[in-house]
Structures are given as C-alpha cells and as structure tokens.
Design a protein around this ligand. Structure first.
Ligand code: TRP
Length: 452
C-alpha cells in the first residue's frame, strides 16, 4: 500500500478534527434551533445527546480508524477480522459524505460569494434590497454554480497537499482565526444596546417548548455537528498517532464544538434583537436577515458595520472549509487506496463527482425547478436523505458493530492504548455502544416513520 500520511502533532489532531466538526452546522443551524426550541432547555438536551451518544460514537469511529490505519471501507473490514459484510458500513459512510459534500458546497459557495460581496460593499441597502439580492443570486443559473465549484477547488487544493502539509496546516491556521473572529463579533454584538433580549432568547430555558420532536432534532444536530456517522472521524483517526488518547480527544473536540455553537448564537441573536428583527430560520437567517442587521446595528459606526459583516462571512467560509476538507478526504483516501491511484488523481475524481452534484443541487433551488426527487428539490432531498436517514444509519451500524462484533479485548486495548490510559471509563463506553446508542437511534427511526 502507498505510504500513508499522519497528523504531525497532538494539537494538529485536535484542530483538524475540531475543524471537521465546526462548520455551517454550528454557525447556521444550531443558533436558530436552540433559539426556537426553548433556549437553554434545548442546549441542555443537546449536551445530553453529545455526552450520551456523541462521545461514544466518536470514540468508536476513532478506534476503527486508528486500529486499521486505512480508508473507511478497508478499516471496517480489517477490524472485523476480515468479514466482508462490514465493508458495507464503510461504503455507506463514504457515499453519505460525498453526497453531503455535494450540497454543502452549494451553501459554502454562497458564503464565499457573500464574503466577496460584503468586501465590495454590495450588500448595503434596505431589507428589500437584501431579499432581492439573495433571490436573484441564488436563482441565477450560473453564478452560484461557479461559486460552489470554486469552493470545491479550494478544498481540492488543500486536500491534494496531503494530510500534514494540507489538512493539518490549513486547520492550524483557520481554526485559531475562526475563534478570534467569533469572539470579536460576539463582543461587538453583545455591546449593542438592547442586546440583552437576544442573549435571553438563546440562554433562557423554556422547558414548555421541549417535545419529542425537539429531542430528535437535538440528536440529529448533535450527530451532524460532530461529523458522526459517515466514517469521517474514522478516516481522520487513521492518521492519528498510536498514543493519542481517544476518549480525551473526543471530549475536547465535542466541548470545543459545543462552545463554538453557543458562541455563534451569542454572535447572531444580540445583534438581531438590538434592531428588533425576529430571527427566522433557514438560509434566510444568514443570507437575508444578517447583512441588514449588521448595517442597522452599527448604523452610527458604518465602518464597524462593514468590518463585522466582512468578518462574519470570512468566519463562515473558514468554518465551512475545514468541514469540506474532511468530507473530501474520506473519498480521497478511499479512491487512492482501493483503486491504487495517486493522491492527485483520487482528489480529482472526488472533486469532479462533487462538482457535478453541487451543480445539480444549486440549479435545483432556483434556476431549474425540474431537478427534484420525491417532490423535493435535489438540494433538500440530499440534505434530508443524508441527515435523517443515512447518517443515523451509519452511526447505528457502527455502534452495533463495535459493541457486538469487534473483539472486545481489542476494543479495550485500543480504548486504553494497551493499558497506558485509564481504563476507568471503558465499561461505561462499552455499555453505551452496546445498548444506549443503538436503542436511542432505533427509537428515533421508529418515531420518524410514525411507527412509534
Ligand atoms: N460537522 C460539520 C458541521 O457542523 C459538517 C460535517 C463535516 C459533517 N464533516 C461531516 C457532517 C461528516 C456529517 C458527516 O457543519
């Protein structure tokens, strides 16, 4: 087999994996989900999902990847002791990640375009202007496709440089930058008059809004946000060092991911409430509401408004990029190792597949309304089928696999790095992957299809 890369340092491992986890899911989806589903009440449930299901799920993928030191399909096969069937879970993960990359690149392309537009001051105007701007851009037949492909090509450039020189280096640069931008905007936003109401909207617990579907949303969001269920973490873990503390790393990454999601809420809501805008959901929040909010909130200091706007879209681009890199790497590792291709060729295969899918998704939300499956535009269909079906399925089978089919002594040895790391939590972990994770995911599925 060709020589495989490795992450060079412990910090590199944490930043690259946290880079995968921190993405549009944190900045875009988490804040409005929390805001509308009971604020701190949702955050508590979300945190419960992270602890109970997310961290065991992460550790499982880490174990499979690091033990096998191979791409996802081969990793599942190898750790099962050569049973072919388990390869399918690896294939499922690779397919899921490739589809996610296809539609994620479209939204990431919008962010890139908005960064460009905010730099040139093109987003200045009243609320109707911003609405029209988004509509005419997102339904344009060519422009959003080009921005999505541009985003994929940037991802391509990083991934083609390899694990240490590409992925790790980019993460070490982008993640600290992202944190600085985030904290800067949070401070600016929370200093605005009337920001208190926004902080309350996010952080005040309202348990009356918590229903079973809110719990499901929290769980789905937890999986998506941690990049679970698509063998993404498994692929990254195949580049981990042998002495990496898997549980410790999973906890640090999950904590960082959650912290960034909450900070994203503290960036968006105080500014929105200070100008009396009810933050609504979906793409409109970051592409329609916010450009206007920043302008109005900092109307007395237009330069600050301009800078905050630019920084915000830069932040989104950085967050999205470290995530698209991780999705790209899953398929790249697979193609290069399984088809014995050079990394350069493998990277191109994936970029081309995802570009085609991204163009289809991009056209489906405006320019060509015939690109639909089961009545949904291709973009929404891809989002639905991956987040609601394929991703939980991947996590479900991975958990069953690790809990019941992998040699438990091997699992113990990997969990504890052959006894050099505390064994205290092994039993809890084992119980979680055997029972808690699969049962919870099964319940969600049954509920989703109205069987329960
Ligand atoms: N976790 C990222 C986010 O929050 C998205 C992401 C990156 C992802 N890699 C993934 C989601 C793999 C599922 C699977 O935006």
């Amino acid at each position: 087999m060709a020589h495989r890369g490795n992450f060079g340092s412990k910090l590199g491992i944490i930043l690259a994996t946290a880079g995968s986890a921190v993405g549009l899911g944190n900045v875009w989806r988490f804040p409005f989900m929390a805001g509308h589903n009971g604020g701190a009440a949702f955050i508590i449930i979300y945190f419960g999902c992270i602890l109970l299901l997310g961290i065991p799920g992460m550790v499982s993928e880490f174990i499979i990847g690091r033990h096998s030191q191979a791409n996802a399909a081969r990793a599942y096969h190898h750790i099962s002791g050569g049973r072919k069937l388990w390869r399918m879970v690896g294939y499922l993960g690779i397919l899921t990640a490739t589809i996610i990359l296809g539609f994620y690149a479209v939204v990431a392309g919008w962010c890139l375009q908005y960064l460009y537009a905010s730099l040139l001051g093109h987003l200045n105007g009243d609320a109707n202007y911003v609405i029209d701007y988004f509509r005419s851009f997102s339904t344009h037949p060519l422009k959003p496709c080009l921005w999505a492909v541009a985003f994929l090509l940037i991802t391509h450039t990083v991934v083609s440089r390899g694990v240490q020189k590409g992925i790790e280096r980019a993460s070490k640069l982008l993640m600290p930058l992202l944190m600085v931008l985030l904290v800067t905007i949070v401070i600016a936003s929370c200093l605005l008059p009337g920001s208190q109401e926004g902080i309350e909207f996010l952080l005040k617990p309202d348990f009356s809004k918590v229903s079973s579907s809110v719990m499901l949303e929290a769980l789905g969001q937890a999986f998506f946000s941690l990049s679970l269920g698509t063998a993404c973490l498994c692929t990254y873990a195949s580049y981990f060092k042998r002495d990496t503390n898997l549980l410790g790393s999973a906890m640090q990454i999950a904590l960082l991911d959650t912290l960034i999601a909450i900070l994203a809420g503290l960036m968006i809501f105080p500014a929105a409430f200070s100008v009396g805008v009810e933050p609504d959901s979906g793409p409109s929040l970051i592409f329609i509401t916010l450009p206007n909010v920043f302008q109005q909130a900092f109307a007395s200091m237009p330069v600050v408004g301009y800078v905050v706007g630019v920084l915000f879209y830069a932040l989104l681009v950085f967050a999205a990029l470290t995530s698209t890199i991780s999705m790209h790497e899953i398929g790249t590792a697979f193609f290069s190792e399984e088809l014995h291709l050079s990394r350069t060729k493998a990277v191109w295969i994936l970029t081309i597949i995802c570009s085609l899918l991204a163009i289809g998704c991009s056209l489906s939300v405006g320019a060509v309304d015939k690109i639909a499956l089961f009545g949904l535009p291709l973009l929404d269909f891809c989002d639905y089928i991956t987040a609601q079906i394929m991703l939980p399925m991947g996590a479900f089978f991975t958990s069953l696999f690790v809990g019941w089919f992998v040699d438990q002594q091997l699992l113990h040895d990997e969990f504890t790095n052959n006894g050099t790391v505390s064994t205290r939590f092994f039993r809890i972990y084992q119980f979680a992957v055997r029972f808690v994770v699969p049962v919870c995911i099964a319940l969600i599925f049954l509920h989703q299809f109205d069987i329960l």
